[in-house]
Ligand binder design. Sequence first.
Ligand code: GDP
Ligand code: IMO
Ligand code: MG
Length: 421
Amino acid sequence: MDILLGLQWGDEGKGKVVDVLAPQYDVVARFQGGPNAGHTLEFDGIKHVLHQIPSGIFRENILNIIGNGVVLDPVILKKEIEGLHKFNIAFKKNLFVSKKATIIIPTHKLLDAAYEKSKGDKKIGSTLKGIGPTYQDKIGRVALRVGDILAEDFQEKYEALVEKHKTILSFYEFDLAQLPELEQAFFEAVEFFRTLNLVDSEYEVNDHLNAGRKVLAEGAQGSLLDIDFGSYPFVTSSNTMAAGACTGLGVAPSKIGEVYGIFKAYCTRVGSGPFPTELFDNTGEAMRKEGNEFGSTTGRPRRCGWIDLPALKYSIMINGVTQLFMMKADVLNIFEKINICTHYELPDGSRVDRLTYELNTDNVKPVYKTVPGWHTSLSEVASYEQFPKELKDYVKLLEDELEVPIKMVSVGPDRKQTIMR
Ligand code: GDP
Ligand code: IMO
Ligand code: MG
């Protein structure tokens, strides 16, 4: 099994790359996260954004599995599937959902909102999809799982969990007026959910692997949002790293092959939390505009900044990345000069290139190496040989620093705008 992961704060372009790589695989599987993800694919002039369905779904002969590590919102899943009706996708044949995946219920979303509100200006900037509260219940051993919807006592289990949530929500004086409407949509979606292929996905995945079929695990979010290694507490509530693919699918570490690490040629972040290379000036604004950096799930403007090598080195280390893919190189076309953060400077003047526990944006200053930009369009570029010299130099410099080969450079959102090396 190979794994594809984002190495920054999400939105690196995972959806596009999974779609590009999918023909080399038999199965694409999501292993963590949920509808907080927004994975964009573009081909034939159409743009699709997937939240919970794996990004292999548009390829006719590829099976797509939603693994046990995922938290799943039935309402959003139903909408996603209905939204794809006109593309004649064979969901019955190609989509499988783990019975051990955890279900997001309406009160999880209300709790997400209540917790965020109570944090005031310390809020995480959550997507408010109920991710944190649902994983909390999973770890607290009270959550509902997909398999539960097939049991006769599902309604009772649901009511018991909602009662717990209501107690917490009343502590936060949270208005429950929207709950009946949310519950109606939820139960309609649960009915629909029962018609899907609900499986023991750990057997499915391992059976495929044992039969010699190729599986690609599709990460959501990015390593710097990992619950253990990200910029805690400004993180998501799952292990977004390679190890998460083992626990989120039931695959042994010994079965992991390639780990594809994908990163933008610069850096973005949505929501709160440290971001050492963030740009607050016109350069940042230009990056946002050129890169169309607005959240695929929430539409929020993404914070933008220069590439951060210490952060990338950290992500490469914790994931065991074997190949790098650089995305959105074309967005840097507009700059005459490009900055690369090679170190952080601490208040005592010393320089480090490690993400230590103490590190946060208030006490570090990025140290930049400035290189000339290519300052030209990449729209006609069809092979690596045709890259402008400055872009080749940029790729080479990153490779030397990161010590992992950059095997793919993406120069536009379309499937076709992908240059392999
Ligand atoms: P994901 O969450 O990692 O799948 O990434 P998102 O879909 O949230 O965000 C990536 C955005 O960049 C999407 O709008 C993609 O269509 C777009 N994109 C992907 N690769 C490229 C690229 O090489 N160049 C440009 N300009 N846009 C890209
Ligand atoms: P993809 O898969 C970018 C961010 C949120 C917030 C923090 C916690 O598209 O790359 P959560 O809803 O998980 O409680 O939010 O994590 N976040 C993402 N940022 N891309 C994502 O997914 C994200 N999923 C969550 O903005 O800061
Ligand atoms: Mg995204």
